[in-house]
Design a protein around this ligand. Structure first.
Ligand SMILES: C[S@@+](CC[C@H](N)C(=O)[O-])C[C@H]1O[C@@H](n2cnc3c(N)ncnc32)[C@H](O)[C@@H]1O
Length: 173
């Protein structure tokens, strides 16, 4: 099972019809579409215009999706709280410009802001890709922060091959 399949299976039971969810990396729109089918409202960010275009196509006809063409670092300009679940699916947009890629320091800042905006017992689902340049540094930076600050990791998933993606599911205490 790949990480996206695991994530979709796992988070089905965490989201309810009245919830607000945020996709921090819209990409091809697969996670945005999935979340929009389970929740009241989804707000999705991406820095890539191509990703926003693909997500718009993917979620056509759904009236509970808002797309924001901006870095997730600026999340607090758009969202004030009460979020049930944030999803980060890091790295770059497949079959696109690979230099438009998530960067550790930005991801850490966005993670910290997201945690503040979560409702109690809400979740952050974050998947790291270790195989591209900077991917391991991003993972080690966030992993170190998460462990040092004793965040509650409720689940981890990886296929246990070299450089396989790693998913953490974190619950707000
Ligand atoms: C692996 S793709 C996401 C796949 C997507 N979740 C899906 O279901 O198709 C990673 C995305 O993160 C976006 N990204 C990278 N850094 C970002 C940032 N600072 N803010 C928002 N999006 C970012 C990239 O542009 C890319 O589209």
């Amino acid at each position: 099972m790949n990480n996206s399949t695991f994530v979709h299976k796992y988070i089905k039971s965490l989201i309810h019809a009245e919830d607000i969810c945020v996709d921090m990396t819209a990409g091809n729109g697969n996670d945005t579409l999935f979340l929009s089918e389970l929740s009241k409202e989804v707000i999705a960010f991406d820095i890539s215009a191509e990703a926003i275009r693909r997500t718009k196509d993917r979620t056509e006809g759904r009236d509970n999706v808002t797309l924001i063409h901006d870095s997730h670092v600026n999340i607090d300009r758009y969202i004030k709280g009460n979020v049930r679940l944030f999803i980060f699916n890091l790295g770059y947009l497949p079959h696109s410009d690979e230099t438009v890629v998530s960067k550790g320091e930005d991801t850490l800042l966005a993670f910290r802001k997201a945690y503040e905006l979560l409702e109690e017992n809400g979740y952050i689902v974050i998947t790291f890709y270790l195989g591209h340049r900077g991917g391991k540094d991003e993972f080690y930076l966030l992993d170190d922060y998460i462990r040092k600050n004793r965040f509650q990791i409720t689940e981890t998933y990886s296929q246990n091959k070299a450089d396989s993606p790693v998913t953490y599911i974190i619950r707000k205490r």
